[in-house]
Design a protein around this ligand. Structure first.
Ligand code: PAF
Length: 281
């Protein structure tokens, strides 16, 4: 597995492989890899000749300095996991390599980003769109792999690809869960044992709410009951619980057959911010 730290190295690698007619897959990550990331790498390896993984804790997408400071960083461990999963090139740039100067370009995704993560984390999707665009330009992938756990991020990246005519396929894989239902996340490693023990409640509440949506319960009631169920556990501080159209991400009031809706939740658990979602279609 090649390890690149400069944009020039990654660009040269991508150009050479493109010229040789090889299919390139890109798995962008912020490291502290778990099985969810590794399954994306394995999927890319099954479909592509070269798999580029990036590990970059992107400062511009953090609106909370403590979250950025405490974000787990395990570069050696991550590198050791990637090669056996099928990664052929790892890009691990320093911040100055990606941002040699502060970027002044601003993205506006309209209604898509005025809800949920975008509403609660100002500037977050601007940072995501900036770094993902840079990675697409440098790695020139034929396909890019993302996890459905970041549902709104996937919608934003889909829009980015369409609006900027990136010539690549967006591949989205289902959320990978622990045996007790907790969605895998790099932030889970920051949970204390006591917090980890109650963390599966997030997914349980989502599943229960999904059942209520399917039965036709009004979504404001579903939302109120879900937030109450979370608040019942004192360690949880719910941030939002939304029932939204799976395409537009705008709130829906009732579920109609044939429509795809997504239930999205964000909550702080002992100071660690967790998100999860379930699609009802
Ligand atoms: O999902 C993530 O880990 C990040 O948002 C991404 C896509 C790597 C951009 O920094």
């Amino acid at each position: 597995m090649h390890i690149f730290t400069t944009a020039a190295e990654l660009r040269a690698y991508a150009e050479a492989n493109r010229r040789a007619g090889r299919r390139l897959g890109l798995v962008p990550t912020m490291g502290a890899l778990h099985d969810g990331h590794l399954q994306l790498v394995q999927a890319a390896a099954a479909e592509c000749d070269e798999v580029i993984a990036s590990i970059f804790v992107n400062p511009t997408q953090f609106n909370n300095p403590d979250d950025l400071r405490l974000y787990p960083r395990l570069p050696e461990q991550d590198a050791a996991l990637l090669a056996p999963a099928g990664c052929t090139a790892l890009f691990m740039p320093a911040v100055a390599e990606i941002y040699p100067q502060p970027s002044i370009l601003r993205f506006d995704f309209g209604a898509l980003e005025r809800v949920m993560e975008g509403a609660h984390r100002p500037g977050h999707f601007n940072g995501v769109a900036t770094v993902v665009s840079k990675l697409f330009h440098l790695a020139r992938p034929h396909a890019a792999y993302f996890g459905q756990k970041d549902f709104q991020q996937v919608a934003i990246v889909r829009q980015l690809i369409a609006d900027l005519s990136f010539d690549l396929e967006l591949v989205v894989y289902p959320t990978v869960r622990e045996a007790d239902g907790l969605a895998m996340s790099s932030r889970n490693s920051r949970l204390s044992p006591a917090a980890r023990a109650v963390a599966p409640l997030l997914h349980q509440v989502l599943e229960q709410a999904a059942g209520q949506v399917r039965l036709g319960l009004a979504t404001d009631q579903v939302q109120a009951q879900a937030l109450a169920a979370l608040a019942h556990e004192p360690k949880f501080k719910p941030e939002y619980f939304e029932v939204a159209d799976a395409q537009t991400l705008q709130p829906v009031t009732t579920y109609e057959t044939g429509r795809s809706v997504v239930l999205c939740v964000a909550a702080h658990l002992d100071g660690v911010r967790l998100i999860d979602n379930v699609v009802v279609s």
